[in-house]
Design a protein around this ligand. Sequence first.
Ligand SMILES: [Zn+2]
Length: 101
Amino acid sequence: MKIKKGDQVIVISGKDRGRKGKIIEALPKEGRVIVGGINLRKKHMKPKKSGEKGQIIELPAPFSVSNVKLICQKCGKATRVSYKKEGNKKYRICKKCGQEI
Ligand SMILES: [Zn+2]
């Protein structure tokens, strides 16, 4: 997967289209990602003690990595990624500015 934890991305489809966020978790096996503040789902939390009220919290749910585009830290543009190999190392290269990301 070309996107990994900590990357800045922009959502390109769905209800959160156009919004930006940071990858909290990448799930390469499923081809999905969890992005902070994006695709929020309400979750009901049971009260911890009796007499306490249950809470509803919103948590970001995983969605397909094809719905996001990486934002290059160097040029700040939404971009596609290509790879460059140097010895055993593999670099991600921004297709817009050609810098390593
Ligand atoms: Zn760039």
